[in-house]
Ligand binder design. Structure first.
Ligand code: ADP
Length: 544
């Protein structure tokens, strides 16, 4: 017997319809790439997104066609986003921090028909345009006055010209199966070719509702939200969907993500909630320390993408009275898989104990199941100690990659191996100790690089730190601590090692410290350990 409820396909066009009808006057405020602040509303964004749809249809774009974007977070980008998805074509966000060859590979693999982009990426696209046979039209955000006098891009048009003459009135949004493809995002492919994660309308709607939980990223219509995490980084952690559901005011940061620029927006727009990777918060913290500025409006931030450093929690909660929440996820998981909100067992713990909980990546959210297994696939106890492979399955988790790259990615029970190593405690709090490929194996024991990095970053002279395993004749591998110092700061290696020795067992303390001018970061702002392992491949420990 079937239930007798209405059929209401979960397609993302309904999200913007909802926001425009119920929160129509709420603002979307963007720092444009050209500089000035641009203010629009959910109602306006919907009108223009429908014009995008009409213009795409006029150029023969069909259900399932891929439309690329190479752009920062902005209201314009949001219009392309909904205008593309509304008619069932697939929005493919590209990460401009990738190498040009990687972009060429990904655009060709996706067979993008059109490319929307910010003026800052004009030289990048001109350099690779002749290798992009599938892209018929390039649309640059802005009006005709921003177009270059001459260009190597075939069929270049400004976004305003693209939309001119359109009303959007006759466009039909939705009306297709909720499992229709909606968005495409490639993982950065540190091993092998990049892999495309193809989200569906249904998975995006469900993920938005999941991430809007009060014990997750949940915000309300009175919140002013600054999504710093880029729209090309795993759907901006779902915020471009979940904020219109809530009706929150959105502040789009554009290209400037340095401490001072982020502070300016937090202050001028009275932002109450924000989300970004740790490096962004480290840059903001440095700016606040130097300038003596405070954060009177900001109430809460979500930090994820890599492990949140302890000193960031101490600083933001202790000095600036901003609640720091830790989340975990991956492109393949839409991305939010777990969130560290307090529970009845942890909420009243003394601050020092609470910090230990906040460093964990948190509990599974409904819609995603987490499991930790050993090498043989046996479930490990939830004791907060037993570390193994972190597995996940759920309603917004990838079942396979686009065009089947990598073949079957699920085990016989439908679990996806995250390639992260983690433990889960008895209250369900999961803690990542490493990525499987970054684990340091010393004399048969595993050493967590994340834990050591976290302690090192806690030293006042340290701007960033990475720990990698380097070959050792006796122990297979030993940890090497690589440190980037803050400007005009210094510290003796012995002092750093002594600090680490206060927190971990002696055999886990790195064997040596090296200082570098800059720790290399990958395309999503995470430490590029592959590059570091390459640099220090022939490094010899004094202990070796
Ligand atoms: P990329 O490989 O391109 O960086 P993702 O952004 O999908 O792709 O990265 C997902 C990975 O990032 C996770 O598998 C995990 O290793 C790491 N990660 C994400 N959030 C956290 C976190 N809070 N703590 C530790 N690691 C994290």
């Amino acid at each position: 017997m079937l239930g007798r409820m209405q059929d209401w396909p979960l397609t993302v066009d309904k999200i913007l319809d909802h926001a425009a009808i119920n929160h129509g006057t709420r603002e979307i405020i963007s720092r444009s790439v050209a500089g000035p602040i641009v203010r629009t509303t959910y109602a306006d964004i919907r009108v223009r997104a429908r014009k995008v749809s009409e213009a795409l249809l006029a150029r023969g774009v069909k259900l399932g066609d891929r439309i690329g974007t190479l752009a920062w977070n902005s209201g314009d980008h949001m219009e392309t986003w909904y205008g593309t998805m509304g008619i069932g074509s697939v929005l493919h966000t590209l990460n401009p921090r990738l190498y040009p060859e990687q972009l060429v590979w990904i655009i060709n693999h996706a067979e993008d028909r059109m490319m929307f982009f910010d003026v800052t990426f004009l030289p990048l696209l001109e350099a690779i345009a002749d290798k992009l046979p599938t892209v018929e039209t390039f649309v640059m955000y802005g009006d005709d006055s921003m177009l270059p006098e001459s260009t190597k891009l075939p069929n270049l048009i400004s976004n305003e010209a693209f939309l001119s003459g359109m009303s959007g009135a006759g466009v039909t949004w939705g009306g297709f199966d909720e499992n229709t493809a909606c968005g495409l995002c490639y993982t950065s492919g540190t091993t092998g070719d990049p892999k495309g994660v193809l989200y569906s309308h249904r998975s995006n709607v469900l993920h938005s509702l999941i991430s809007q939980h009060v014990d997750a990223m949940g915000v309300g219509a009175s919140d002013v939200v600054l999504p710093i995490v880029p729209m090309f980084h795993a759907n901006c952690w779902g915020l471009v969907f979940s904020l219109p559901i809530a009706g929150s005011t959105i502040v789009m940061p554009g290209a400037q993500l340095d401490g001072e620029s982020v502070y300016e927006l937090l202050d001028a727009e009275k932002v109450t909630y924000s989300a970004a990777v740790p490096t962004v918060w480290m840059m903001l913290a440095e700016y606040l320390e130097q300038s003596g500025k405070m954060l009177p409006h900001l109430k809460r931030v979500t930090i994820g993408g890599s492990a949140v450093p302890e000193n960031i929690i101490r600083l933001f909660e202790g000095k600036y009275d901003v609640q720091v929440d830790h989340g975990w996820g991956m492109t393949e998981t839409s991305p939010l898989g777990s969130y560290c909100a307090m529970s009845p067992e942890t909420k009243d713990l003394p601050f020092e104990e609470k910090i230990k909980v906040k460093l964990k990546q948190g509990r599974a959210l409904f819609g995603a199941e987490l499991n930790v297994v050993d090498d043989a696939g046996r479930q490990l106890p939830r004791d907060g100690k037993s570390s193994g492979h972190l597995m996940i399955r759920g309603c917004a988790i990838a079942a396979s990659y686009y065009k089947d790259v990598g073949g079957n990615i699920l085990d016989e029970n439908g679990w996806f191996d995250t390639s992260d190593v983690a433990n889960i405690d008895r209250y369900g709090f999961m803690q990542i100790t490493d990525r499987a490929k970054d684990v340091i194996k010393s004399g048969g024991e595993w050493i967590s690089s994340i834990e050591l990095e976290n302690i090192a970053v806690g030293h006042e002279a340290v701007a960033n730190a990475a720990v990698i395993g380097v070959a050792h004749p006796k122990w297979d591998e030993r940890p090497l601590l690589i440190v980037q110092l803050k400007q005009d700061c210094s510290v003796a290696p012995e002092e750093l090692l002594a600090l680490i020795g206060q927190h971990v067992a002696k055999w886990q303390v790195p064997d040596d410290v090296v200082f570098v001018n800059e720790i290399p970061l990958g395309a999503t702002g995470k430490i590029n350990k592959l590059a570091l392992r390459e640099t220090f491949r022939d490094y010899k420990f004094p202990t070796a």
